[in-house]
Design a protein around this ligand. Sequence first.
Ligand code: GLU
Length: 372
Amino acid sequence: MTTKSPITEAKRLIVKIGSSLLVDEVSGEIRRDWMDSLCDDVARCRARGQEVVLVSSGAVAVGRRHLNLTQPLKLEEKQAAAATGQIRLAHAYQEALARHGITVAQVLLTLFDSEDRRRYLNARETLDTLLRLGAVPVINENDTVATNEIRFGDNDRLAARVAQMISADALVLFSDIDGLYTADPRRDPNATFLSEVREITPEIEAMAGDPGTGYGSGGMVTKLVAAKICLSAGCRMAICKGEPLMPLSALENGAPCTWFLPGAEPRTARKQWIYGSMKPVGTLTVDPGAARALAKGGSLLPAGVVMVDGEFERGDCVAVAGGGRILGRGMVAYSAEDARKIMGRKSAEIEALLGFRGRDELIHRDDLVMEG
Ligand code: GLU
């Protein structure tokens, strides 16, 4: 069981933690024993080479008490509560992960950051860099600046968008419900548990109940929205009860949960997405050496490029050509203007040529689809 779990298989794992797990309802304090145990799990994943991102709720729940705010909160009170709570939350994570010598990094996002192309790429780059440098990003919505129009409003969706953004292999939503049932298990004795879902059909959606009244405090509806995003991004997603200490270990050891499983492997699904929904707006022509490296599954480095055609921005799709034919296509890491400056040059020269140090690759192998 332990060896085959999608948790252990994930190279890049996102764990979303709901407020009800992290914050004691009565005292409004962070449940440090639980947080410590979660961070012990995170350290274990890191030690076996996995990258872990935490998406944590709890800012409002923790901060409220410090401003003597009682429920129900108005939007601006929630924002104020989040501002006082987030700093405490981040500090607690910092301490809990420091016990394992792990550096934590706070990243606050709004809906805009996942929809506006430039912000999306910037957030993606920052998260990639943090992970490469061995930090554990702790993400929350930037509640303080997020007014209704630019709010995710729930961290289930935020976590799924982050999973899509950074091509995560698995997302676990820890909450107070162990998974998806065919009906609300609190009302319907015939409700049966589903341990695996491969497609979000209208029947599955109907099982979640109505928004707001759906079972589970975070609402099953938002979890299914998150599952849809994950499935389309090729990311496996689990809904699981997070209450036990060391919840990731519990999940690995067979705790009940619902897995949402995309048809293809995460990386394959991502490539399908690149191939199916992006139209090339330029062409990079490569030399025979680079063409051979690409055929073997390598990334495209600036050194192998002999010509840059078209106008494109970082994140656009470009064709890769060589030997008079199209070899494949991929998502390019530099604009056409920058690509022209660095083509034929070593990756180590990028900084001197452009004045900033971006990725070593013009197209990373994960972003590249070769013609069949
Ligand atoms: N961003 C909110 C907070 O940290 C939580 C949103 C959610 O739980 O979905 O308090």
